[in-house]
Every structure is written in structure tokens, then in C-alpha cells.
Design a binder for this molecule. Structure first.
Ligand code: GTP
Ligand code: MG
Length: 298
């Protein structure tokens, strides 16, 4: 497709909302690829991640963001900063909310959206959990009184229901213009970053309570030999957490590595050797220097 083609539309679409409402699930569903990790715990996404959706005549560049919430720790402040920065310079904002749920957190986000002047589409996610579906109607009515949404779209990112309606609403609000990225490109993030995220996803899936929030993954080595060799370090904040990540006789880290390797092999379509190490970096989630070294931006 040539860049100058008449009628081609392109633009940036921010996905924002409270933690755990399904922003990353929604982006992955639209792309048909896993670009952003998902877990049942809040605050899974920590950085802005682009998901580039190129179709006939149009390119939508989605910006998945960390859930916006009340921040106490430094790391959370960086995450919220990443999310709010994503509101600037986009053509459309999609506010993802959970069907039948509304909280003070959603109100606080709406206040930020009012300042942007950008059209906001409400994606009312997880409608598969609503039964009977008629229960949605009063909720949608109420939503429309809270904000002057450009559109309200009930959908299920998990089941892939009604996504076309959302894409149609986005499409009509994008300006005409050439693609912003090459057509085959799926994200702005490196394979190295994505592999680190797939390991972090297993930490979120397999570790209990607060431990995942004290972990970070650094991919130290990424080499393509006859099979791809990846060395990664899992950072924790305290010795006691290191013991938890390792597990009795190293069983936990082994399980984390096994599942992460499967996910990485699927992504890279290649055989992978994955070696994980655990290292304590005292209090990194509250340390500006450590956070910047780990790629958190102010
Ligand atoms: N039932 C149901 N669950 C869903 C749906 N969409 C997402 N989920 C689940 O909701 C949880 C959170 O999904 P995520 O995509 O990680 O949510 P998020 O908004 O990106 O969360 P943060 O990155 O923490 O802000 C996961 O357990 C998903 O499987 C849906 O349409 N229906
Ligand atoms: Mg997410």
C-alpha cells in the first residue's frame, strides 16, 4: 500500500482505565497476537506498549498503558506517569471500564480525560459476566450521564465479542494520513523486552500475595545460536522473597522457567534455552536510580 493512497487513515489510540479492567487483553485480541502480558492481578502492565493494527486502508496504533490508580510507591508513580503521558498527542482515547462496576477510581480518571479535549470512547468490557444482558442498559445510561462519551461500546475482550463495533467507532475518528509504522510491524518493543515480559507474566501467575510486585526481569543475554539462548535475572527486593521465587528445592523457579520458555518459544517460533537467576536489589521499587536503570521513564 503506498503512503499517498487517498482515503487511508491512521492514528494513535490510547487504552486507559483502572488496573485489571482488561486493557491489555483488549489490545491483544484486536491484534490477534500477544504483545502485552495479562494476569488476574491488578497493575500487571508497567510501561506503555504500542500495538500496531494494520488493515486494509487503515492503521490504528494502540497504546496499552498501566492501570491508573492511587500511587504510594515510587514504581507506581512512574507507572501512572506513563499512563497519563499516553493521553497526549493521541487521536482517540478508549476508556476501558468493567461492566456494572463503577468506582471512585473511574471518576478520578474521567477528571483527567476532561482536560484532554480528545474524543473518548467508553469500552464497557467483560459483558460476558453480565447475565441477563439487559442489566447492562441502566449501567450504560448512567455512564452517558457521567461524561460526554463519543460512543459507548459494550464488549468482551476475553471472548472477542463486539470488537468490530469498537474498531468502527475508532476508525471514523481517525484522520486521513499515511501509516505511522511499516505494515508488518506489530509493536515498538524489542523481542528482548517481550521475552522479559513473558517471564514477568509467570511471576504474576505463579507467585502469591505481594511478591510479584517486588519483582522485575532483566534479560541479560539474548543470543541466536542453533537455538536461542536467553539469560535473565529476576530481581527481588529482599532475601526472603528470593527464597519464595526459588521455592523448595528450586521447584518454583523451575516451573516459572518452564512456562515462560513455552511462551517465548511460541513468540519466537524457535527452540529456546532459558536460564533464570534471582538477585536481590534492596528496595528497588522505591529507588529512582534503580527504576531509571530498569527503563522506567519520568
Ligand atoms: N470474564 C472476562 N474477563 C476478562 C475480560 N477481559 C479481560 N479479562 C480478565 O481480566 C483480568 C485483567 O486483564 P488485563 O488485560 O491484564 O487487564 P489490564 O487492564 O491490562 O490490567 P493492568 O495492566 O493491571 O492495568 C485477566 O484475568 C483477564 O483474563 C473479559 O472480557 N471477560
Ligand atoms: Mg495491562
Amino acid at each position: 500500500m503506498s503512503d499517498g493512497e487517498a482515503g487511508f487513515r491512521s492514528g494513535m489510540v490510547a487504552l486507559v482505565g483502572r488496573p485489571n479492567v482488561g486493557k491489555s487483553t483488549l489490545m491483544n485480541r484486536i491484534l490477534g497476537e500477544k504483545v502485552s502480558i495479562v494476569s488476574r492481578r491488578p497493575q500487571t502492565t508497567r510501561h506503555r506498549i504500542l500495538g500496531i493494527h494494520s488493515v486494509e486502508g487503515c492503521q490504528m496504533v494502540f497504546v496499552d498503558t498501566p492501570g491508573i490508580h492511587q500511587a504510594r510507591k515510587k514504581i507506581n508513580q512512574y507507572m501512572i506517569q506513563a499512563a497519563t503521558a499516553a493521553l497526549e498527542g493521541v487521536d482517540v482515547i478508549v476508556l476501558v471500564v468493567e461492566a456494572l462496576r463503577w468506582s471512585a477510581g473511574d471518576d478520578a480518571i474521567l477528571e483527567r480525560l476532561r482536560e484532554t479535549g480528545t474524543p473518548v470512547i467508553a469500552a464497557v468490557n467483560k459483558v460476558d459476566l453480565v447475565s441477563p444482558r439487559e442489566k447492562l442498559l441502566p449501567y450504560l445510561d448512567e455512564l452517558s450521564t457521567r461524561f460526554d462519551f463519543a460512543a459507548l461500546v459494550p464488549l468482551s475482550a476475553g471472548r472477542g465479542e463486539n470488537l468490530t463495533a469498537l474498531l468502527t467507532e475508532i476508525h471514523r475518528r481517525l484522520p486521513e494520513g499515511p501509516p505511522l509504522f511499516p505494515e508488518g510491524q506489530l509493536t515498538d518493543k524489542s523481542l528482548r523486552f517481550l521475552c522479559g515480559e513473558l517471564i514477568r507474566e509467570q511471576l504474576f501467575h505463579q507467585l502469591g500475595e505481594e511478591v510479584p510486585y517486588s519483582t522485575e526481569v532483566q534479560v541479560e543475554e539474548f543470543e541466536e545460536e542453533e537455538r536461542i539462548r536467553i539469560n535473565a535475572t529476576i530481581l527481588v527486593e529482599r532475601e526472603s522473597q528470593k527464597a519464595i521465587v526459588l521455592g523448595r528445592e528450586g521447584r518454583r523457579i523451575k516451573a516459572i522457567g518452564a512456562r515462560a520458555r513455552e511462551a517465548i518459544e511460541y513468540l519466537l517460533e524457535a527452540r529456546v534455552r532459558l536460564d533464570l537467576f534471582v538477585r536481590v536489589r534492596e528496595g528497588w521499587t522505591g529507588d529512582d536510580r534503580a527504576l531509571r536503570e530498569l527503563g522506567f521513564e519520568e
